[in-house]
Design a binder for this molecule. Structure first.
Ligand SMILES: [Fe+2]
Length: 318
């Protein structure tokens, strides 16, 4: 099997630009995932975020996780657990409004480092979306605009730790799913692996790599590209040794953004091509929260049915 795609972003600025763009295109079409290095985010900032995240887990999260494990009897399970994941998480919202000042237990230095880090990730997400536009033959800014809605994109970060698990064969760190949103940027542990994606019916490891950012595509990019780019199934396998850190930032459409296949990407295709649905992102999210761990195809079908029941006119976004 080909190896997991790693893109050196610095090579976009030289004679290797065309080859690099081709690598990104191949990753978007055939993997739904890639890993970027030399992305411009200072390594010292990443080191600070990592140190503070791991410290915060020890001080504020670990005890709570142990209590959850004890209350659910997860250490002693003897059959597969399908309703809970072996993960400790908290969520920070950045856009359209930040809630970072309201999250308890965060030191000021952690808030400040996280703010700077996610500011850079936001810019990186928008730069990557423009690279996708270029590869897709869409005008610059098309995807950013498609996500914009009335108040701009939704952007948030899920900070997770996957502590050592005594029974990884019975309880997943995170059960298999595709991501609902747009583009996801992940700062993952550089030593403790566990993230896997499904490619050609096989689970493939996303290799830990110091100071890299893992990129993956959510369901909305699959819809807007009318299936040219794929949102792929992934999961976290808990490890028996080591605590895995995972800081995943989700650059998603605004809740009222109307999502539909880019006309340029539909018209070029054969007339009998299956066309993805048109819907308001918030409606998709309502459904997704109920069926996150189920296949994406029925979600697209449900959105199609909703579109049909609205008739062919524009969808109300109020
Ligand atoms: Fe995910």
């Amino acid at each position: 099997m080909e190896s997991f795609p790693v893109i050196n972003m610095e090579t976009l600025n030289g004679e290797k630009r065309a080859i690099t763009m081709e690598k990104i295109k191949d990753a978007c079409e055939n993997w739904g995932f890639f890993e970027i290095v030399n992305h411009g985010i200072p390594h010292e900032l990443m080191d600070t975020v990592e140190k503070l995240t791991k410290g915060h887990y020890k001080t504020c999260m670990e005890q709570r996780f142990r209590e959850l494990v004890a209350s659910r009897g997860l250490e002693g399970v003897d059959s597969e657990v399908t309703d809970i994941d072996w993960e400790s998480t908290f969520f920070i919202r950045h856009l359209p409004d930040s809630n970072i000042s309201q999250i308890p237990d965060l030191e000021d230095s952690y808030r400040a480092a996280m703010k700077e880090f996610v500011g850079r990730l936001e810019k990186l997400a928008e730069d990557l979306l423009d690279l996708f536009c270029e590869n897709l033959g869409l005008e610059k800014g098309y995807l950013k605009k498609a996500f914009y809605g009335a108040r701009g994109p939704t952007f948030g970060t899920k900070v997770s730790n996957y502590p050592p698990c005594p029974k990884p064969e019975l309880i997943k760190g995170l059960r298999a799913h595709t991501d609902a949103g747009g583009i996801i940027l992940l700062f993952q542990d550089d030593k403790v692996s566990g993230l896997q994606l499904l490619k050609d019916d096989q689970w493939v490891d996303v290799p830990p790599m110091r100071h890299s950012i893992v990129i993956n595509l959510g369901d909305q990019l699959e819809v807007i590209t009318n299936g040219k780019y794929k949102s792929v199934l992934h999961r976290v396998v808990a490890q028996t040794d080591g605590n895995r850190m995972s800081i995943a930032s989700f650059y998603n459409p605004g809740r009222d953004a109307v999502i539909y296949p880019a006309p340029e990407l539909v018209e070029k295709e054969a007339a009998d091509e299956e066309v993805y649905p048109k819907f308001v992102f918030e409606d998709y999210m309502k459904l997704y929260t109920e069926v996150k761990f189920q296949p994406k195809e029925p979600r697209f079908e449900a959105m199609k049915a909703m579109e049909a029941s609205h008739g062919s006119g524009p969808i109300a976004t109020a």
